[in-house]
Every structure is written in C-alpha cells, then in structure tokens.
Design a binder for this molecule. Structure first.
Ligand code: NAD
Length: 459
C-alpha cells in the first residue's frame, strides 16, 4: 500500500530551520499570552479531531480505541491543561537569597529562558503522545519548534501534518517528515536543543550530530525492562499486571515488561495464572480480539518472529503464531529461557513475546539484572520493603509513566534527561542566573580593585 505520507524535501528542511531561527529572534514566542494561545490551540486540535486520530492510530497498528485514548489522546490533553493552569507560575522569575553578604542589597534571581529553536523527533508507537507532549513543553517554555514525526506510523503522521499548520502558528512551529535521509539532513542543521524518542542506536547518532554544534539533548530511549516476582506474590494479580505491561499496544512500548524473573518454585503458578489472564482478555484466538493491536510494520513482525525461531533455549507455553500479512504475532509466553540466550535476551523485544527466567535466590535475580545495561524501568512485585525500595514501578506496570507528576526518563543506555509537567519546562529552558546591582555606593567595591594590599588580599 502506498504511504499516505509525503516526505519533506531537503530545501523545505533548510527553509524551515532558517525561518524559525529568524522568527524566534523576534521574541514573540516568549510572550506568555502567545504561548498560552498556542497551547489552547493544540488542545483544540486533539479534542476536535479525536475521532480522526483514533482512525489513524487504528490504521497504523490496530490500536484499540481505549488504548489510543489512554496512551495517546488523554496525556496530551492533560499536559495542555497543566500548562494552561501553571504557566504563569513556572515562567515567573525566582528570587534567590544571596549567599554573599555584599549582595544583600541587590536583586539576585533566576529566569527561565527558552532555549531557542528546538528539534523534537517523535516515535511511532505512541505517535500522538510522544510527539505532542514534548511539543507542549517546548511551546510552554517559549521556544520555536521543528517537529519531526515518525514516518513509521504514517497515517497518524499524515493527519498531524495536515492539522498542525491549521492550529499552530507556522512561523514558530513546523512539522517535517521523512526517513533516514531526511532525518540525517535535519540533524546536520544547528538547533538549540534536540529532544529525541527512539532506540539507543539512533540515540547515539543524534547525540553525535548534536555534538557538532554543542547542542544539548534529551534522549528518551529503551532497553530491557525486567519484572521481578518475589516468592510471596499474589500470582493472579501479578499475572494481570504483567499482562497489561506486555500486551498494551502489543508490547510496542518502551516501558513494556521485557522479561520476567520468577522464583523457580512459583513457575507453574505463574504460567497458569498468565494463561488465564490472556484467555480472559483476548479469548481462544487473540487474532479475533478487537482489543489486541498489531505490529506497526512487517519489518517488526519479521524481527520478532526471528527471535522466536532462532532462540537457543525455552519452551513456548502458548502463542508463537505469526501472520505476516496481518502484522500479527500472538501473545506468546516462553519459559526456561537461558539468561545468556543471545536472541531473546539480547535486544529489547518490543513486541508481545514474554520470556521467563527462573531464579533460586533474590541475590541471583538482582545479579542477573545488573548484568544488562540500566533498564528504563525495574518492575518489582513484592510485599518486602527492602525490594520495594529497589523498584521504579512497584506492584504494577506502565502506570508510573502515566503519572505526570513524576519525572520520566532513563540513564545511560535508556536515556539522558527527563520530562513531563514542570520537568518538561525545565528541559526546554535555560536557567539564567541574574544579579542586578545599582550604580551606587561605589566606595564599597574598592576592596575588589587593584592596587591590592595585604589587608585587602585577606578579604
Ligand atoms: P528508531 O530509533 O530506530 O527510529 C526512530 C527514527 O529515527 C525513525 O523514524 C527514523 O526517521 C530515524 N532514524 C532511523 N535510523 C536513522 C539513522 N541511521 N540516522 C538518522 N535517523 C535515523 O526507533 P525504533 O527502533 O523504531 O523505536 C523503538 C525504540 O524506541 C525502542 O528502543 C523503544 O524502547 C524506544 N522508545 C522509547 C521511548 C521513551 O519514551 N523512552 C518511547 C518509545 C520508544
């Protein structure tokens, strides 16, 4: 099928960047009333076109409406409302108590300046949330923004490309589209900040390109996020919550449960509880369930199918069926996986396949986790306080990302920086430290000026 998305030409890219640079310098995007109007417009864009967004998300990955609402639409609306309510407070200069006695009479304060022309590169799995939530933060912070949508979720990208210029001021906010060639060219341009969501591999390319201009970056990447079950777990509850963290959007989520660490003597219990969960949610044949999404592309179907086929260990407890034409992979549970298996335990799975590794002691489980690069999330299912304190999301999955009062972001292989709510405002602003003195009482400054004498040196 022909893609509904047209890519930007290299001339369009260059023109957009230089145009936004000139317009940013007018200072208009810093005006608070202007920022609020644009945020309200973005809210209206989503609200007025909700049905069309659901349709586009369904075309891209058969995203169930309720998942599209909770994972794409609601977070953007909520973030717009947050900034409309809080922008005056966030943008206000912050008075600071001086530490030097000689500044007691002066004004010492911090101002949050916009960074300038910001590039946001969105990701395809939540193409509305992961493009528009960073965009709201960047607008709220007073920047001009180039938004590069993901070409992989082409229907949603085409719709946003049509809608954004109708709602937002194109002199300050532009949408660009393209694949590797266009993104490579885009990254050669000079930006004042780059906010990228995607894989660690491309994250490195982005950081490398940014370093040429000494541009700051925020990288929202991925990784293999484990779920550790402890022996006393209430297994049916745990199975439901892990199922939610694995099959929401068919596992195409950066914070999906990538693999499970289960106590060896609770494995049978986990398998039967997890099978029950999957049957209850998606029926005997999940392919017929309206609540089960599809992989976004054949490339991803092939990638995950190869993982199942080429694995060196593990028994398929259920699932494993692949229908390439329908971009379908069944919910799949594989037990007895060797942690050192080079396929299932290598790259992030990013699909509906759940490997289970058994352990005999918690120390063993923890040392296995530490062998991998820092995951974006560590899920812990436990009633034991000591372990609870180690987790990022405890006794649940995914919901910490939806809680926008928390910072969201990883470290190392899973990212640089964070965002959501006031953290987005911080991410997209520069803290300018300001000292304002008066031209009075010059005699007090004599102590700082040459010629120095020993008494003055001591000061
Ligand atoms: P990707 O990083 O491979 O591709 C993202 C975009 O980068 C593409 O749209 C493409 O235009 C561009 N690109 C690809 N190769 C390029 C190259 N060589 N040079 C320049 N640009 C290039 O993304 P993906 O692998 O399809 O996405 C899945 C990954 O994203 C997973 O690792 C997942 O965990 C991560 N992710 C993270 C978050 C988060 O919030 N932390 C959210 C969603 C996805």
């Amino acid at each position: 099928m022909a893609s509904p998305l047209s890519y930007s030409s290299l001339d369009d890219i260059q023109d957009a960047v230089s145009c936004l640079r000139v317009n940013f310098d007018t200072g208009k995007s810093r005006d608070l009333a202007f920022r609020k109007f644009q945020i309200q417009q973005l809210y209206d864009l989503v609200k007025n076109n909700e049905e069309r967004l659901y349709e586009a998300l369904a075309k891209d990955m058969n995203k169930p409406r309720s998942e599209a609402l909770s994972g794409d639409i609601a977070p953007v609306l909520e973030e717009c409302l947050y900034f409309l309510d809080n922008l005056d407070r966030l943008a206000k200069d912050e008075k600071v108590k001086p530490r030097l006695g000689m500044h007691a009479m002066d004004t010492v304060k911090v101002r949050r300046d916009p960074l300038g022309v910001v590039l946001v590169i969105g990701c395809w799995n939540y193409p509305v949330q992961l493009s528009l939530v960073p965009l709201v933060g960047a607008i709220a912070a007073g920047n001009s923004v180039i938004l590069k949508l993901s070409e992989v979720s082409a229907h949603t990208a085409a719709l946003l490309t049509e809608l954004i210029p109708r709602y937002l001021n194109s002199s300050f906010y532009r949408v660009l589209n393209g694949a590797v060639e266009e993104t490579t060219y885009l990254l050669e341009q000079k930006f004042d900040h780059i906010f990228y969501t995607g894989s660690p591999n491309v994250g490195k390319i982005v950081m490398n390109a940014a370093s040429k201009h000494l541009t700051g970056v925020t990288l929202e990447l991925g990784g293999k996020s484990p779920a550790v079950i402890t022996p006393e777990a209430d297994m049916q509850t745990v199975a439901n919550r892990i199922g939610f963290g694995k099959f929401y959007n068919c596992g195409q989520i950066c914070i999906a449960v990538d693999y499970v660490l289960c106590p060896a003597d609770r494995l049978d219990d986990f398998v039967s509880s997890f099978s029950k969960t999957v049957k209850e949610w998606f029926g005997e044949d999940p392919k017929n369930s309206k609540d089960y999404a599809r992989l976004v592309s054949v490339r991803h179907v092939d990638r995950i199918a190869a993982m199942i086929e080429n694995r060196k260990s593990g028994t398929i407890q259920f699932g494993g069926q692949v229908d390439r034409d329908e971009r379908y992979i069944a919910p799949t549970l594989i037990t007895g996986v060797n942690f050192n298996d080079d396929v299932l335990m290598g790259d992030e799975i990013f699909g509906p396949v759940l490997p289970v590794i058994t352990y005999n002691s918690l120390d063993e489980a923890i040392s296995l986790i530490k062998r991998n690069a820092p995951p974006l999330v560590l899920y812990v299912f436990s009633k034991k306080q000591k372990l609870i304190e180690q987790g990022v999301c405890v006794n649940d999955t995914l919901m910490h990302q939806a809680e926008y009062s928390l910072p969201f972001g990883g470290i190392g292989n899973s990212g640089v920086g964070n965002y959501h709510g006031h953290r987005s405002f911080r991410t997209f602003t520069h803290e300018r430290g300001i000292l304002q003195k008066k031209q009075k009482m010059e005699f007090l400054n004599k102590v700082r000026y040459p010629p120095y004498n020993s008494t003055r040196d001591a000061v």
